[in-house]
Design a protein around this ligand. Structure first.
Ligand code: KG4
Ligand code: ZN
Length: 358
């Protein structure tokens, strides 16, 4: 089943073509068979991404109206590009998946309306996908795809959640942040350090040069008995430390970035392991933009290995928003016979454990 995926929930226009191999037939997802013609192979056939980061950078964050207008400009050329790269025609598409929510209402509407209109014209189903379900299933695009059930640590710009995942659409919330998301804490720390927007990759790069232990920061809720997180106090602690330090010194800025990253990585890793403990599961999946963080990946890999567990990530480029994860989630739902309608909606606010089981 060949599915076009469209992601427009925030500041990235993502488009991808994914073919779900029929069960037991053809190559495994993500593994094109080089012996077969391009348009026959399964897995991720092509993807394209346009990031609006540059456009929003001068405002220090995403401007929703500008985001919507830019999605309108980019979407059709990206769809043409992806079809061209995959060697597929529009008529071969068997379903169109779009991000229904959560996200910016105007931005979501662009993807939803293009997907629905195209699906109507082609006479194929359009299917609305939960953005976080896309992130959460994205490790299935990797070579060594995890089997269900697993624990998922979802760490993005808007969410920090631990989920028990028993199958497509079968999600149980184990814990989440009570205030800021992990990505938000990275972005705010970047702002304090004068690194601009978005901050995660910049903080992470700066932290590489930082000396561990030079600046002390708290580990919020590290020892709380639950699986929740809190990062707003950490952001305040970074701000207070910044006021005490000489931020004109690049080494001091690097030390502060390192202190922040050490604190957040320690808490995320400890809670993820506690979630494995609490559920008795042995497989951890990390998804969402912060999942691209090298220190977090290394820490979790080492900790999981020490306790005999597996840890799975999407490749770093698929940790942040993309069309491939939406195409994959849509294809899996369509295979499970997901219902679809001619009318469409978007859900700017939508909890992942409210999605329908597949
Ligand atoms: O999943 P995502 O692309 O978008 C949302 O759905 O929110 O996540 C974006 C977030 C941003 O806060 C960004 O700063 C953070 O992920 N991020 C990182 C890294 N790359 C992106 N945070 C830490 N280290 C990174 N390497
Ligand atoms: Zn995302």
């Amino acid at each position: 089943m060949l599915v076009l995926g469209i992601e427009t929930s925030c500041d990235e226009t993502g488009v991808a073509l994914y073919r779900l191999a029929e069960p037991c037939v053809g190559a495994a997802p993500g593994h094109p068979n080089p012996d077969r013609p391009n348009s026959d192979r399964s897995g991720l056939l092509a993807q394209a991404l346009y990031s609006q980061v540059q456009m929003h950078a001068e405002y220090g964050g995403v401007v929703p109206e500008l985001a919507s207008r830019d999605h309108i400009r980019r979407l059709l050329p990206l769809i043409r590009q992806v079809l061209g790269e995959a060697g597929c025609s529009l008529e071969q598409i068997e379903g169109i998946a779009f991000t229904e929510g959560p996200g910016l209402a105007g931005a979501l509407l662009v993807g939803a309306s293009v997907a629905s209109a195209l699906a109507y014209a082609l006479g194929v189903p359009a299917i609305g996908v939960h953005h976080l379900e896309g992130h959460l299933l994205s490790p299935l695009l990797a070579e060594a795809a995890p089997a269900f059930p697993f624990v998922a640590l979802l760490v993005s710009g808007g969410h920090t959640q631990l989920m028990q995942v028993d199958g497509v659409g079968r999600y149980r919330l184990l814990g989440e942040t009570v205030d800021d998301a992990a990505g938000e804490a990275f972005d705010k720390t970047a702002q304090i350090l004068g690194l601009g927007y978005p901050g995660g990759p910049a903080v992470s790069r700066l932290a590489e040069a930082g000396r561990p232990g030079r600046i002390k920061l708290p580990r919020p809720m590290l020892t709380s008995a639950d699986l929740n997180f809190s990062f707003s106090g950490l952001k305040t602690a970074v701000l207070l430390a910044a006021r005490r330090q000489d931020l004109t010194d690049v080494q001091v800025r690097a030390d502060l970035a390192r202190a922040f990253q050490d604190a957040i990585v320690e808490v995320l890793a400890a809670k993820a392991l506690a979630a494995l403990d609490a559920t008795g599961l042995q497989r951890l999946v990390v998804a969402g933009g912060v999942g691209a963080n090298r220190q977090l990946r290394e820490r979790l890999r080492a900790a999981a290995q020490a306790s005999g567990c597996e840890v799975h990530y999407p490749e770093p480029a698929l940790c942040t928003d993309n069309g491939a994860m939406i195409a994959l989630a849509g294809a899996l739902r369509l295979r499970h016979g997901a219902a679809h309608a001619r009318s469409f909606s978007v859900r700017p606010r939508w909890e992942l454990d409210e999605v329908a089981p597949a």
